[in-house]
Design a protein around this ligand. Structure first.
Ligand code: C2O
Ligand code: CU
Ligand code: CU
Length: 535
């Protein structure tokens, strides 16, 4: 394993100052173009918050003793200037710390790549200038820094951060590189939702282990290599393995906040639970184990107008939901499970067969985590019936109202693609150019053939959109029945046979932004494209 190197701040700044030298360096795919300068808007004022964020190899005892510790990659962060509470470590596992930002804050993040891989960090859901967004073309090599400077313009919500290195994002996130990024604003603070200890980030992932307690991922042959000695010495996944690997990775057990068998000890009061599906390819159908309805207060882009009550909610890779969970009438000692309910696997034909293998196949029912009431708390909390005013987004105002821009999701020539094209680092096609200051209707068409029925979790950088509707040629299924398309979204699940229309605004920043499937193996195998926002 690579030796972890910790560098001092002085050394970091020296390297960052020398950035222009390496920008002009060898023209490998991960060298950033020469435009990697802070956005003009943030040059004017000193940042309110300065963080140091490092990605480095480490190890953690995630499987019980006397087993060996597991090699992982992890984010660590420190506050260099500003409120100490902006970084909250996630103890006991591999997960990165939770970052807490405020709307309007000017933030500087000094990223230090101490991995043996190139890497770049993407702030999933935040609306940022291109050079701050973590596009794979800005990836920096081992030992290199990348400095982010931006203003937080998003509304309050549960966002997240993860590497976005082309072709190996799935492996890098799998090794442990992910964390939540929470934004707060005044509208949200006025609601007096549960705070502090009662506001829990809950990150859902699945993992598989091979020999010596080491993480098993997809091998060069395209299979999950449970027999191998882990992934640290293994070859890369550049270009993304073969068939079964490309269908999407499924682990054998569930990890929550980087730990297995996660139990949250709570007091008998109300909680705000922020759930993120940071799994590589697994879809969850979440429900309380005792059939209490879920009270959903937010989706990807922040608070809903009003709470939604649902028996179950589908959560696809990349998506978030926030729950209001009131445990005030539960007694000390009571436990409650968050389940993923069984569903008919949406993958048909030959591909479906592959996803139905393994210890925890797609669509299996299982416990995701447990809540245990371990102390009394007299406080009762009231959830307001009106939560937020959503930004106005009207379909009739779209520049292409009535004739959506269609994106066909399919696999051809053994690679995933969008409109028959795979990812091209700097490339953008004529039909992928949008105009700054407009909004558009986009349609994701997942016209399933019998062999290739596969769900896709479609994500846009640079925009929070509204889901307008879904048309389907297929039958009603459990998964479809529990989809929640409310609020602002940056990721939307498109089931086989569906056409999903979204309304996306392109505001504030010009530049090149990715849109892709957030089933990480699909994205790494080419199901990603750029769109360009032009003035
Ligand atoms: Cu969370 Cu481009 O991804
Ligand atoms: Cu993103
Ligand atoms: Cu996909």
């Amino acid at each position: 394993m690579a030796q972890q190197r910790l560098i001092g701040r002085r050394e970091f700044l020296r390297r960052a100052a020398g950035a222009t030298a390496w920008l002009a360096g060898a023209g490998t795919f991960f060298d950033p173009p020469a435009t990697a300068a802070p956005a003009a808007s943030s040059k004017s004022a000193a940042p309110d918050l300065v963080l140091a964020l490092t990605a480095s190899p480490g190890e953690t005892q995630i499987l019980p003793l006397p087993g060996k510790p597991t090699a992982v990659w992890r984010f660590t962060a420190r506050v260099l200037k500003g409120e100490g509470a902006s970084v909250r470590p996630s103890p006991g596992g591999y997960l990165g710390p939770t970052l807490r930002l405020k709307k309007g804050q000017r933030v500087r993040i000094e990223f230090d790549n101490q991995l043996p891989d190139p890497a770049i960090v993407h702030w999933h859901g935040l609306h940022l200038p291109e050079a701050m967004d973590g596009h794979p073309r800005y990836a920096v090599g081992p030992g290199k820094p990348y400095v982010y400077e931006f203003e937080v313009i998003n509304r309050a919500g549960s966002y997240w951060y993860h590497p976005h290195t082309h072709g190996i994002t799935g492996r890098q996130i799998y090794m442990g590189l992910a964390g939540m990024l929470l934004v707060s604003d005044e509208e949200e603070q006025d609601l007096r939702l549960p705070q502090g200890e009662s506001d829990l980030p809950i990150v859902l992932q699945d993992r598989a282990f091979g020999r010596d307690n080491q993480l098993a991922y997809i091998s060069g042959e395209g299979n999950v290599d449970r027999a191998g000695s882990g992934m640290m010495g293994g070859g890369g996944m550049m270009g993304g393995g073969m068939m079964s690997g490309m269908m999407g990775f499924l682990g054998d057990e569930i990890f929550v906040n980087g730990r297995r068998n996660t139990v949250f000890p709570v007091a008998s009061r109300a909680y705000r639970l922020r759930l993120l599906n940071a799994s590589n390819s697994r879809i969850y159908r979440l429900a309380w184990g005792d059939a209490t309805p879920l009270t959903i207060i937010a989706t990807d882009g922040g608070l809903l107008e009003r709470p939604e009550r649902r028996a179950a909610v589908t959560l696809a890779p990349g998506e978030r939901i926030e729950l209001f969970a009131d445990f005030s009438d539960r007694s000390v000692g009571a436990t409650l499970a968050m389940r993923s309910l069984a569903f008919e696997d949406p993958m048909g034909g030959m591909m479906g067969g592959m996803m139905r293998q393994g210890k925890l196949p797609s669509g299996a029912a299982f416990d995701v985590f447990r809540i245990r009431v371990d102390r009394r708390d007299g406080r009762s909390a009231r959830l307001p019936e009106r939560l937020s005013a959503l930004p106005r987004l009207k379909e009739e105002e779209a520049v292409n109202f009535g004739s959506p821009r269609v994106f066909r999701l399919a696999m051809g020539m053994m690679r995933w693609g969008i409109n028959g094209r795979t990812f091209d680092m700097d490339g953008v096609a004529d039909d992928e150019i949008v105009k700054l200051g407009t909004s558009e209707v986009w349609e994701f068409a997942n016209d399933a053939s019998a062999m290739m029925a596969m769900p896709h979790s479609m994500h846009l950088h640079g925009a929070q959109f509204r889901v307008l509707d879904r048309m389907s040629s297929g039958r009603r299924t459990e998964l479809r029945e529990s989809l929640l398309d409310a609020g602002l979204k940056d990721t939307v699940l498109v089931l086989p046979g569906e056409r999903v229309r979204i309304l996306a605004p392109f505001s504030r920043y010009t530049g090149l932004f990715p849109y892709h499937c957030h089933m990480l193996e699909h994205g790494d195998a080419g199901m990603m494209r750029n769109y360009s926002v032009r003035a």
